[in-house]
Ligand binder design. Sequence first.
Ligand SMILES: [Zn+2]
Length: 239
Amino acid sequence: MNFDKLLEYQSLDAELMKLDAEVKRSDEAKRYAQAVARRNEASEKYTKLTQDANDLLGAFSVIRKKLDGLKEELDGFDGILDDVQDSQEAEHYLKLVNAISVQLAAVEKEAAQIASKIDKVTSEASKVWEQGVQAQREVKTVKVDYERKVATLQPEADKLKAKLSEIAKEVPPQFLKTYAAIKAAKKLPAFVAYPNGNNYGYCSRCSVELASDTKAKLKNPGDYAECPDCRRILFIPEK
Ligand SMILES: [Zn+2]
């Protein structure tokens, strides 16, 4: 196997990755990422506050029903004392009315507390909404700069991609697959020349000592073998 094309592929791909890294490292990309993060943060906060408001409204409607029930109960006593002659009976009714009034006051207090929480959450939500709107505006602005930055490097990236796909046609597919797998494992370069042939005995990248069965595969130009440790492909260059 002649590794020249693969090596060319590998080095062009490295150039392409360098371009990508240059974009990612740029101030434009950082500002864009930060703006997006702020926007997403506001959006998450808003969702959470809306959820809180819904929960509170649910609690409020439960309290509301309780209040209505107590008021109805109280209304049931309206005029009841008019027909009561017995002072003991009257006292009994008054006690009942008092007890319900006390309950009613407590529930009303609870309702007022929930209402004030709802106000708080709603006003916080509208603040966060405003922040989100501003953050989204910021995203739009910095995105323009970011895209401009990407565009300046795009022609070069396109050229590299075109070359890569040309070269890919001349490389056995299984080697491209191997390259992709090693790249995914972040172990580039994937193909490493194995110097001195026969008796070198170490991976030229991770320096692990090769077992004799691996060494046995690396005798002549074009021979290749996988490093048992780092999984890179070692090969003996053609003379
Ligand atoms: Zn290795």
